[in-house]
Design a protein around this ligand. Sequence first.
Ligand code: PHE
Length: 339
Amino acid sequence: MLDKIKKLLEEINALSATTPEEAEALRIKYLSKKGEITALMTDFRSVPAELKKEVGMRINELKNRAAERINELKAAAAIKEDTDDELDLSRTAYPLHLGSRHPLSLVKNEIVDIFSRLGFTLAEGPEVEDDWHVYSSLNFADDHPARDMQDTFFVEAHPDIILRSHTSSVQARVMETTQPPIRVICPGRVYRNEAVSARAHCFFHQIEGLYIDKNVSFQDLKQVMLIFAQELFGPETQIRLRPSFFPFTEPSAEMDVSCTICGGKGCSMCKGSGWLEILGCGMVDPAVLESNGIDSSVYSGYAFGMGIERIANLKYQVRDLRMFSENDKRFLEEFTSAY
Ligand code: PHE
């Protein structure tokens, strides 16, 4: 009897099945009412009393092992069947978890898209820059406060190699390698030595625009800015230009759009004024054209620059700037769009 059990145990351990049906057939063969293991119970009656305990234990072990083995075979065969039918073209597709674009990418793409419809092409430049492209070629005086350690990150205390603090450095790079007509839009990340808070960060993103050709006037700038604002914020949007100063533009202006929340009536977003500041712009200073190898007696141009976070804040009312760089999935998953 013990020999018979041992033989059956070996048989069970060596079983195999390729389909769940085969595994089920094995269950019937061994474990059903008329199965081989069940049949052992009939023989058990004739086992001498002193051996009954041991034989009983062995039969139980065999039964458990057989059930376990056959279940294993069934599970493995079921998985195999599941993967084997990859070619079932009628099967419902697995749900696809698509990611969403980062809100800053959405806004950047939308802005780039608007300007590409106006004939601007993309240009990019390095984030680790030299003083010439970030400041000197753009008419910044040697003692301009932006060059200060408070504002600028220096690379390994090298006075000439810095992290760009605005995308205007890309203007400089485009001008030195291209003769007009130039019409470029330059998105990118910029760095400033600021304490990180809800309202300021040590890095953020800007988009720069530059247009240089014969007879480019302030009127062209104003018209393009109006089209841009209405495309981005809606056809009712108004703009206003306020005199300002940048070393590389003359005249310079700060541009406001009518408040995107209250439409100009005055609310907490625009602090009651009805206007929101969104960008800096102006006519490229002739001195900048000259230091970048462009004849200022023939050509004129305009430039503008804006912070992408600022625009994203207006569009999505993100209260804390740090949200943009923390990669919190709950925040990122809120943004879906065609861009
Ligand atoms: N570079 C300026 C800034 O960072 C923005 C600007 C760009 C202003 C181009 C005028 C023209 O604030």
